[in-house]
Unconditional design. Sequence first.
Length: 272
Amino acid sequence: MAFRSWKRLLLLGRQNTLAKAWRCKRGGGLSLRWKRCCHWSAGKSLDPEVRAFLEENTEVTSSGHLTPEIRLRLLTPRCRFWKEKPDLWPYGDPFWAIYWPGGQALSRYILDNPCVVKGRSVLDLGSGCGATAIAAVMSGASQVLANDIDPIAGMAMILNCELNHLNPFPITIKNIINSEAGNWDLIVLGDMFYDEQLADSLHHWLRKCIRIQQTEVLIGDPGRHQFLSHSIRSQLRKVIEYSLPEYTRQENNGLTSSIVWSYQPSNSTENC
C-alpha cells in the first residue's frame, strides 16, 4: 500500500522536516491573551475548497483507537491516498491525519480522569488531529488552546470539533516553543520527541513554563528511542500505561503500549 510506505516516511524520514519547522518558526512572543494568538476560533469559516478536499479524502472513524468516544477524520485504508502516490497530496505532510499513540494515551487519560482538566486552562501542544484538545473540552476544561504549525491541521481540528458536536476551540498555528511562558494550568503534548534538537527545545521551554507559571505538564509517548534516551526521561513520573488496540499496533510498527508521563523537573527553580 502506498500510504504504508508514506507513513513509514512520516515515521522515519519526513519527521526531520517537521522537526526543523518546529525549531525554526519562532513564535515572536506568545501573548497571554488568548484572542491575540488565535488563527481560528468559533464561527471562523473554512476555505470551502479545503473543506471539500479533507471531507472527500479522509474517513470519519472512532474505531481501532483508545478513545471510541471521539470521532475523527483520519487517513484509513479506505481512503484514496492510502494507495495514491504521496506526492499527489496537495498540502504538507498530513501528520494530523494519523492518531498517534502518545496522543491516544493522553486523550484516554483525560476522558477517564476529568478532574485533571476540569475548570483549568489547557494548552495542547502539537495538537495534530485535535483529539486531546477535544478530550479536554469534553472533560470540562475552562479554556483550551490547540497549537500546531500546520494550517491544514487547524482546519482538520475544526472539522473534528463539528463531528463531536463541539464549538471549535481557539487554534494557533504559530510555533510557540521558546516563546514567553503562557499562563496555562496544564500543557499536554504527545509524540513530540522524535528529534534531538526539538526535544532539547521542548525540555528547556517546558521547564521554563513550570518555573515561571507553575504549569503542570503531561507527556504522551509510546516509548520511542528518541524519547527514552533523552535527558528529560530522568525527570518524568509514569502516570499510567495503556495497551494499544491491535489496529494502532499494526500502524505503528508493532508498538504495543503508550504511556502518560508527568514532567517534574527537579531543577525547575533554576534559571532557564
